[in-house]
Design a protein around this ligand. Structure first.
Ligand SMILES: [Zn+2]
Length: 434
């Protein structure tokens, strides 16, 4: 790992972003010297061969939903009515333009624009294989006609590093660092017990992360955001640093996020009742909540567009789901330890009284029902009927510790992740210098 990390550093100097392969360290592989005499073909023979060889041109494209066989071929630099006809008629070849757009197309044509070969890569057919495999569809010229075949092949995972500083928003920072949205959301989720990303981000907060990207035949995949899992991260919020690592213990085969101290990141309560997304992060409170005037304001208000999903911050039972004056459409969830959470002004309620729900489960959608001047979620946390600060509750809630048998394996994981994170941090030094 050290060798690949060092190799990657030189790329970061230019791009501030890069990929380290998960391949074994080349220096650690067994070495063997093979001496063999290679016959050198004569220059004349090589020149003859070159002259006889047509120049082939390979282009990469992604399919678009508006594509026809002709438009796709044209974009890939080919003009070939016979190939277009094959793409329309052949049951396998037709799949190139069926279903979801964004398939990766590699087209090889000769100098006259005639198609020699088309390789198309897209998600595996079986849902359970989609995280680990892809479909490779090959179309090849056979004399005057074409043939097509498909196969399923494994995706490769690479480790990518990224880091950033919050200046305006989390997504502006991840955009600057070329970090995909799916990973930004996983990062908000990873620290959802520590930081309320909707309300607590500060200018100058910083993060470093290690995550997986997936490639098919060496190229980053164009579907599902092209990413796998967020593997580790460090987030400094308002001067305090939180760290977490994805850890799957070999005995149970189950994975989840842990702090470097071995404490599970899963808490009894999430810090925020809304999933963090590009949409909610950019939605400022552009109105004055009437609530403050009709009684003492005992909750936290989250500005968000109508229809944004609202989730229960903890496991519990729905105590009330319906209309209440002032609150409009409201859901009350009862949790263990005489604790209750309240979600008000909803445009839609998705749960029923008496229903058992899990942490993170959707209970309704943001709205402006009841006494609200604009769409927002009013959220309350009560313990024994008394109002409490939800963020204090979320942090104080009991954490689970790693089982003893997994500790050695965990320490190894943390050690290698720390090395990667320190490399990620140096990348920020490069990108901040601009
Ligand atoms: Zn409120």
């Amino acid at each position: 790992m050290t060798a690949s990390v060092v190799g990657v550093l030189s790329c970061f100097a230019v791009t501030a972003f890069g990929i380290a392969p998960l391949a074994p360290d080349a220096a650690a592989l067994p070495k063997r010297t093979v001496i063999e005499t290679l016959a050198t073909p004569s220059i004349e023979a090589q020149l003859d061969e070159l002259a006889a060889h047509h120049v082939a041109l390979t282009r990469s494209e992604a399919t678009r939903s508006s594509d026809t066989p002709d438009s796709l071929l044209k974009r890939a630099g080919a003009f070939d009515p016979a190939a277009a006809a094959f793409l329309r008629a052949d049951p396998l070849a037709r799949r190139v333009l069926q279903g979801r757009a964004g398939k990766m197309v590699h087209l090889t044509a000769d100098a006259s624009g005639q198609v020699q070969k088309i390789v198309v890569r897209f998600p595996a057919e079986k849902v359970e294989q989609q995280g680990s495999h892809f479909t490779r569809l090959m179309i090849e010229r056979n004399g005057a006609g074409f043939s097509a075949r498909t196969e399923t092949a494994p995706l490769q995972a690479q480790v990518a590093l990224g880091s950033g500083v919050i200046r305006t928003s989390l997504f502006a920072a991840t955009d600057d660092a070329n970090i995909p949205d799916a990973i930004a959301s996983q990062m908000a989720d990873m620290f959802s017990g520590d930081i309320d990303f909707h309300r607590e981000l500060r200018k100058g907060d910083r993060f470093s992360i290690v995550y997986e990207t997936l490639t098919a035949d060496g190229e980053p995949i164009t579907w599902d955001g092209g990413v796998g899992r967020l593997l580790a991260g460090e987030f400094t919020n308002n001067g305090r640093t939180y760290s977490a690592v994805w850890f799957k213990d070999n005995a149970s085969g189950k994975g989840s996020f842990y702090g470097f101290d071995g404490q599970s990141k899963r808490r009894a309560f999430l810090a925020s009742p809304m999933e963090f997304s590009r949409i909610t992060s950019g939605f400022a409170m552009r109105f004055h909540p009437i609530l403050q005037t009709w009684r003492q304001h005992n909750g936290t208000d989250y500005g968000a567009p109508t229809g944004t999903a609202v989730r229960s911050v903890g496991d519990g039972v729905v105590e009330m789901a319906g209309w209440q004056n002032g609150f409009g459409n409201v859901v009350h969830v009862r949790h263990s330890g005489d604790r209750t959470t309240v979600y008000a002004h909803l445009s839609k309620i998705d749960v029923k009284k008496g229903q058992r729900i899990e942490q993170g489960q959707r209970i309704g959608a943001v709205g402006a029902t009841g006494w609200a001047t604009g769409p927002h979620l009013h959220f309350e946390f009560r313990v024994g009927g008394r109002h409490m600060d939800p963020r204090v509750i979320a942090r104080a809630s009991e954490a689970v510790t790693l089982p003893n048998y997994a500790k050695a394996q965990f320490q190894q994981t943390v050690a290698s992740v720390k090395t990667q994170l320190s490399v990620a941090e140096t990348m920020d030094g490069v990108s901040a210098a601009d």
